[in-house]
Structures are given as C-alpha cells and as structure tokens.
Ligand binder design. Structure first.
Ligand SMILES: NC(=O)c1ccc[n+]([C@@H]2O[C@H](COP(=O)([O-])OP(=O)(O)OC[C@H]3O[C@@H](n4cnc5c(N)ncnc54)[C@H](OP(=O)(O)O)[C@@H]3O)[C@@H](O)[C@H]2O)c1
Length: 283
C-alpha cells in the first residue's frame, strides 16, 4: 500500500510572487502533501505529486479544494472594488470549517491597522474574520517584499524626465524566499495566533533604497529626492497628494510598516537581492 501522508497543505495564491516560493519550499521539504488552489489551468511542468485545484475563491465551490486538508496557507489576494479579498476569505473560512481544517495561516501586512490604505483595511477585516471564524489560526504580518520596492523604484526610474521620489518613507523589505520558508514552518507547526511579524534585515529610507537600486542596476535615471513635507508645497514639479494619501505617506515615514516588537528577520538585503536578479536576468 502507498504511504498516505499524514498532512496535506492547501496553498491559495500558490502561483503568486510569494506563493511560488511557498510551493517550491513545501515540495522540497516534503513531510506533507501539497495542493495549490488557482483560477488557472495546471501548468504542464508542475511536478506530479503537487495537486492542483482549479477554483475561483469568489465564486466556485471550495469543498473539493479543501477535502482532506490539514492546513491552509492563505496568500491569495487581488486588489479591486468591492473588497474582493474579504469576500474570498469569508468563503474560504466557511469551507475550511466544513472541511475540519486544523490550521489556517493568513498572511497580512505589518501596519495594516495603522496606515489608512484601503487595501490594508481589507487585511484588517480579514484578520477579524479569521479570528472569529472558529478555524484554528495563525496570522502573520509581513513587511514589503524586495520585489515590491524594486517595482516602486523601477516605475519612477522608467520615466524619461527627472522624477521626484518621496525619499523619507521607511521600509524594512524582505526576500520572499525567506518569508516562504518561515510560512511553511508555521503551517506545519503549532498554532501561533498572532505570530511574530516577518521583515528584512534592516530599515532603510526609500531614498537609500533608490540609491542602491540605481547603483546595482546601473540605470541612468534621475530621481529627485523629496520629503513628505515638500508635497503640496506649491512647487508645480512636486505632486500634491489628497489628504488620505498624505496620511498614508506619513504612516510609511513613521515606519508603521516595520515591526514594532520582536520579529522574524530575514538576512538578505535589498542590494543583495537586486544583484542576484541582475545575474539571472541582466538588464
Ligand atoms: N507584495 C508585498 O510586498 C507583500 C507584503 C506583505 C504581504 N503581502 C501579502 O502576501 C500575499 C501574497 O502576495 P503576492 O505579492 O505574492 O501576491 P500576487 O503575486 O499578486 O499573487 C496573487 C495570488 O492570488 C491568487 N488569487 C487572486 N484572486 C484569486 C481568486 N479570486 N481566487 C483564487 N486565487 C486568487 C492568484 O492566483 P491565480 O491568478 O493563479 O488564480 C495569485 O496566485 C498577499 O496576501 C499580499 O497582500 C504582500
């Protein structure tokens, strides 16, 4: 008789930036069967032991995806009108209760309860739904990924004119692979409730991160550092944010998106991550 794995883990968002690393980490580590939930077709090159459940969290029956599942790593997310992530999470939680799931790990964002971004509000509402659901849970708040900071700076640097960049925002970005490793440990371990947050090795301003980006990529862009205080000062070259957007920027400047207490700290710095990307896909 074939060995029946004791545990089976469902990863929602297993095709995403973070989810891809979670799937690779779980598959490499073994010790649990693995199922990915996605709206897409199963990729032809996916290793055979990885199970694939094609479903949309917003509309499809989720019972097949949750059958025989011990733990769920809920990473799926899509920005959009009408709070889609909250609806998706509620449907997933209801299905997890019916299926007798023993551990649901929800990935949230550090500072989501303090920085007034609408997307962060969704995270707060999902956290509350998870806590109230009756499914045994761990909630892990994570800092911005290196890939997100890369996209932010890349977008500003792509413009063919000198471009202002709000240099005094603070980040503690982290390598998605390190987040994936920790999430897999959590999913296969004991319930943590509110787990220690996960962030990178160091806090840096966006100005410092942009300087690192320019130096590692060697791109000839001109980024003009401006302070949050300079926004809306009347200089036509500097944008004037709406009051809510200013409050968001103030939150990042205050570092509310960085851990407040003891956290799990990655080791890979933004510059090291960037240099590695450059080797893999030269600019
Ligand atoms: N990016 C960051 O810096 C950061 C920082 C902290 C926390 N996080 C959180 O970490 C999680 C993963 O982020 P990410 O950047 O890896 O996300 P991502 O690359 O945007 O991937 C999103 C994933 O969600 C899935 N998805 C979206 N809507 C779905 C639906 N209706 N039904 C089923 N699947 C759906 C997509 O799967 P298919 O397209 O295959 O269906 C995709 O795999 C998110 O919760 C995010 O908020 C991100």
């Amino acid at each position: 008789m074939p060995d029946t794995p004791a545990r089976r883990v469902l990863v929602t968002g297993g095709t995403g930036t973070l989810g891809r690393h979670v799937v690779t980490t779980l598959a490499r580590r073994g010790g649990a069967a693995l199922r990915v939930l996605s709206r897409r077709e199963r990729p032809p090159d996916l290793p055979t032991p990885v199970e694939w459940s094609r479903a949309d969290l917003l509309s499809d029956a989720l019972e097949p995806a949750l059958r025989d599942i011990h733990a769920v790593l809920h990473l799926a997310s899509a920005k959009g009108a009408g709070d889609p992530d909250v609806g998706a999470a509620r449907r997933l939680l209801a299905a997890a209760i019916d299926a007798g799931v023993r551990h649901l790990v929800f990935v949230s964002i550090i500072g989501c309860d303090r920085i007034p971004l609408p997307f962060y509000g969704s995270k707060v509402r999902i956290e509350a739904a998870v806590r109230a659901s009756g499914v045994p849970w761990s909630i892990v708040r994570v800092a911005q990924f290196h890939s997100l900071v890369d996209r932010l700076v890349r977008a500003a640097a792509a413009l063919p004119v000198p471009t202002p960049i709000v240099a005094d925002l603070r980040f503690q970005p982290v390598d998605e692979r390190e987040v994936a490793e920790r999430l897999v440990e959590i999913a296969l371990g004991a319930l943590l409730g509110d787990a220690p947050e996960i962030a990178g090795p160091e806090v840096a301003t966006l100005g410092e991160l942009a300087a690192t980006w320019l130096s590692v990529t060697g791109r000839p862009a001109t980024l003009v550092p401006v302070s949050v205080d300079a926004l809306g000062s009347g200089d036509p070259a500097i944008p004037s944010p709406a009051p809510w957007a200013r409050a968001v920027l103030e939150g990042y400047r205050a570092g509310w998106n960085t851990p407040r207490a003891e956290c799990t700290r990655g080791r890979i710095r933004f510059g090291e991550w960037l240099a590695e990307q450059k080797k893999v896909a030269p600019a």
